[in-house]
Design a protein around this ligand. Structure first.
Ligand code: NAD
Length: 287
C-alpha cells in the first residue's frame, strides 16, 4: 500500500484535535475538523486567536473546514486519514469509532490520539479489515512544538501501514516517531504522568506552593517555564485525571495502581470546572 494524504479529518476540536488539524493544515493538507454540533467552529475560532510562530501560520487555518460529526459523517469516506481526538474515555471513543466504521472504506487510515488507552480496546467496535488500517498516533501538546509522536499498532494493524504512517509523520509532519507497544499510557505518558504525580505528592508532603514547584522544576533545572502546573493547565486537568484513572483500570500491579492515584486536589479542581487553559482557569488563571 502506498499511502498518500490528500485530505484528512480530525474528530474532536478540543485542545489537541484543533492543534493537530492546524499542524496538518500547515503541512499543506486540507482538513475537516469535526465535533459535536457547533463545537468545531469554536475550535477554529480559537486557532485564529493563536499568535503566528515559526512553525505555525494562522493563515493556514483557511485549509480547515468545520463540521458536525453526525451531520457530516459521510465526508469521512473522502479522507485518506481520520484522526480521532475526542475525550479520553473508552465509551466516548467507542461511540465515535462505531460511527467511523459505518462509513469507512479500505485505504483510509484511522488513528486515535489517545494518551494511553489500549488501541485493541478502542478498535474492538470495528470490523477486522478496518482494524488492519488502525493505529494510535499520539501527538504531544502542543503538537506544533512537541517533536514526539508515538505510533502504536493494534494487534491487527498491517505492519506495512504502520511503517507508512511513521514515515509520513516523520517526513511530512516533521515529527520524531517512536513505535510503542499497546501498554497502558504507552511510553512517554507512563513516565511523564508518574513524574507529575510524584511532584504533586512531594508538594503536599513538603507544604510547597504551586509557584515554588514551578520555579524549582522549571528553568532552574533547565526545563521549560511550563514544567509542572503550567503543563497541567495546558494538558487539561480532566484529561490528566482520565489518564491516571485509565492506568489504574488497566494495570494488575497494585504498586503501580497506587502510584497512579490522582491527588484529591485535582479531583476538587475538576469538580469545580477549573480544567486549566481550556476553561480559562486551573492552577493559574488564563490571561
Ligand atoms: P478536550 O477535552 O480538549 O477535547 C475533546 C473534544 O472531544 C471536545 O471538543 C468534545 O466536544 C469532543 N467530543 C466528546 N465527545 C464527542 C463525540 N461523541 N463526538 C464528537 N466529539 C466529541 O480533550 P483533548 O485534550 O483535546 O484530548 C483529546 C485526546 O487527545 C484524548 O484522547 C487525550 O487523552 C489525547 N491527548 C491529550 C493531550 C493533552 O495534553 N491534552 C496530549 C496528548 C493526547
Amino acid at each position: 500500500m502506498v499511502w498518500n494524504v490528500r485530505k484528512a479529518a480530525v474528530i474532536g476540536a478540543g485542545v489537541m484535535g484543533s492543534a493537530i488539524a492546524a499542524h496538518l493544515a500547515n503541512a499543506g493538507i486540507p482538513c475537516m475538523l469535526l465535533d459535536l454540533e457547533g463545537l468545531a467552529d469554536r475550535g477554529i475560532a480559537k486557532l485564529k486567536e493563536t499568535k503566528p510562530a515559526p512553525l505555525y501560520d494562522p493563515a493556514f487555518v483557511s485549509r480547515i473546514t468545520a463540521g458536525d460529526l453526525d451531520k457530516d459523517l459521510a465526508v469521512l469516506a473522502s479522507c485518506d486519514w481520520i484522526i480521532e481526538a475526542v475525550s479520553e474515555r473508552l465509551e466516548v471513543k467507542h461511540a465515535v469509532w462505531g460511527k467511523i466504521a459505518s462509513v469507512w472504506k479500505p485505504g483510509i487510515v484511522v488513528s486515535s490520539n489517545t494518551s494511553g488507552l489500549s488501541i485493541d480496546a478502542i478498535v474492538s467496535v470495528c470490523g477486522e479489515e478496518m482494524r488492519s488500517y488502525s493505529v494510535v498516533t499520539h501527538f504531544f501538546n502542543p503538537p506544533r512544538y512537541m517533536k514526539l509522536v508515538e505510533v502504536v499498532p493494534c494487534s491487527k494493524s498491517d505492519p506495512t501501514l504502520v511503517k507508512e504512517v511513521a514515515t509520513f509523520c516523520r517526513d511530512r509532519l516533521g515529527k520524531g516517531v517512536v513505535i510503542a507497544k499497546d501498554t497502558p499510557n504507552f511510553i512517554a505518558n507512563r513516565i511523564g504522568t508518574y513524574a507529575m504525580l510524584a511532584t504533586l505528592r512531594a508538594m503536599e508532603k513538603h507544604g510547597l506552593s504551586v509557584e515554588e514547584v514551578d520555579a524549582v522544576t522549571g528553568p532552574l533545572m533547565g526545563r521549560p517555564k511550563s514544567a509542572t502546573f503550567r503543563t497541567l493547565d495546558i494538558v487539561g486537568l480532566d484529561t490528566f485525571l482520565h489518564v491516571c484513572r485509565n492506568v489504574r483500570e488497566q494495570t494488575d500491579d497494585a504498586l503501580e495502581a497506587a502510584a497512579f492515584a490522582a491527588p484529591p486536589l485535582i479531583e476538587e479542581l475538576v469538580s469545580r470546572g477549573w480544567l486549566g487553559d481550556k476553561s480559562g482557569c486551573g492552577f493559574y488563571r488564563k490571561d
